[in-house]
Design a protein around this ligand. Structure first.
Ligand code: GAL
Length: 416
């Protein structure tokens, strides 16, 4: 065989090996806003670069409720996707019914136990084995502000609740919407969660939403949370019912609204619009929550498959997600921070750098607490009960905060 023929033979062999190993990954997620779509495109690209086929299974709807309903239908019919965005305690529930794949071999090869914070690794494991891969850490207790609107209204960006209401009054009087918001249950719960953290502090927040202490849930303090939450309603756009969160973020970008209390996926929208942190928009912890961090970890749980090539593609997907290259580009687009604690943050924006610093310091100080609005503190059954009480309360101007606190306790009790 001459040299040219030998090279050709090697190339053909390489191509057929790649083809034989190339599989398809179907990935269920709800990342359909501008920033989210850019982020998920980075994963698609990296999978395609490895020869695999990406089958997009996007189900629109912030917070993922619609996606979870669709996933259940697919799973019941015995045809789940290779991977699905399933978070927090729900990972355990899916693993318990025996449908999730074991990722321990990839985890061992890639040192997941060494690179992940132990608290997050534990969420991804069922009976000591990895069944899901974490993608990022979102901080939920953020407040986003449009500095131009503040300037026009002569208001200061608030760090306390009193300052918040003073600023909101000025902004409203100047003809802007103080608070960008979308009237959907999960968004109401996201705002309520920030107020709860503000008024209860981490210890009572956890008693209420993690360990479900009935005394705290029905307490006067909790009634105070509902009262503050109710007071905020007058500062949102009256046409916000049903509005998507990213449309609310867009009203901030367009200079119609001044603030939004929302997780840092909102930053993905600013980034996608070409805006610069600290100049075009400001990030501050939600009032009074400096030194606290409500965390929300996106993760893909992997389903058992019976096709060898697709299983290989699924493992490559899991492997790719925790590689530094992906952690960087995905999280820069998504607004979150890497879930690997060993990343160089110098190319991230100031808000992400602040978030990583706060994540690390609150891990030690005890200010790190799971977000119930995003499925990290409770199961989706309890979460659903909380959402109902919170959203019904928010939409009824005559609702009584004391009654709501009792309803909250009753609702949580009924779902346990
Ligand atoms: C969260 C999810 C984020 C983001 C947000 C809005 O629950 O963790 O990744 O997508 O919903 O859709």
């Amino acid at each position: 065989m001459n040299k040219l023929m030998r090279v050709c033979a090697t190339l053909i062999l390489a191509a057929t090996t790649t083809l034989a190993q190339a599989g398809e990954v179907e990935v269920l997620h709800w990342w359909t806003s501008g920033g989210e779509a850019k982020a998920v495109a980075t994963l698609k690209k990296m999978m395609e670069a490895q020869g695999h086929t990406w089958k997009d299974f996007a189900v629109a709807g912030g917070g993922g409720e619609a996606a979870m309903t669709v996933l259940k239908t697919r799973a019941v019919s015995g045809n789940p996707p290779a991977a699905a965005q399933i978070k927090g305690l729900d990972i355990q529930e899916w693993a318990r019914i025996g449908v999730l794949a074991n990722l321990d071999d990839v985890a061992r090869e890639e040192n997941w136990d060494q690179i992940l914070p132990p608290k997050i690794a534990a969420i991804m494991k069922y009976k000591g084995s990895y069944v899901a891969v974490p993608i990022n850490v979102h901080r939920v207790n953020w407040m986003w502000a449009n500095p131009e609107v503040f300037k026009k209204a002569g208001a200061r960006i608030p760090t306390t609740l009193d300052e918040f209401f003073t600023a909101a009054d000025k902004i409203k009087a100047a003809g802007f919407f103080p608070l960008a918001h979308g009237g959907q249950a999960w968004q109401d719960a996201t705002l309520f969660e920030a107020v709860a953290l503000t008024r209860l502090g981490v210890e009572d927040y956890e008693k209420a939403f993690v360990t479900h202490d009935m005394d705290v849930l029905s307490s006067d303090k909790m009634a105070g949370v509902f009262a503050t939450f109710q007071r905020m309603h007058q500062y949102i756009d009256p046409n916000s019912a049903g509005r998507d969160w990213n449309v609310a973020t867009a009203s901030l970008i367009q200079g119609k609204a001044a603030m939004q209390i929302m997780g840092d996926w909102a930053k993905g929208e600013f980034t996608a619009a070409g805006l610069k942190a600290g100049k075009d928009y400001i990030c501050k912890p939600a009032p009074v929550t400096q030194g606290m961090f409500t965390f929300n970890v996106d993760s893909l749980a992997m389903f058992k498959l019976n096709n060898e090539a697709n299983t290989k593609a699924q493992k490559d997907l899991a492997r790719t997600i925790l590689r530094p290259e992906f952690q960087k580009i995905f999280n820069q687009a998504k607004g979150s921070i890497p879930v690997r604690m060993d990343m160089d943050m110098s190319s991230f924006d100031a808000c992400a750098q602040a978030s990583m610093k706060a994540f690390k310091s609150t891990s030690k100080s005890g200010g790190l607490t799971p977000s119930f609005a995003h499925g990290l503190a409770t199961t989706s059954a309890i979460q659903g009960q909380i959402f109902d009480v919170v959203t019904n309360f928010f939409n009824d101007p005559d609702a009584d905060p004391k009654v709501a606190a009792q309803q909250l306790a009753d609702a949580v009790r009924s779902a346990r």
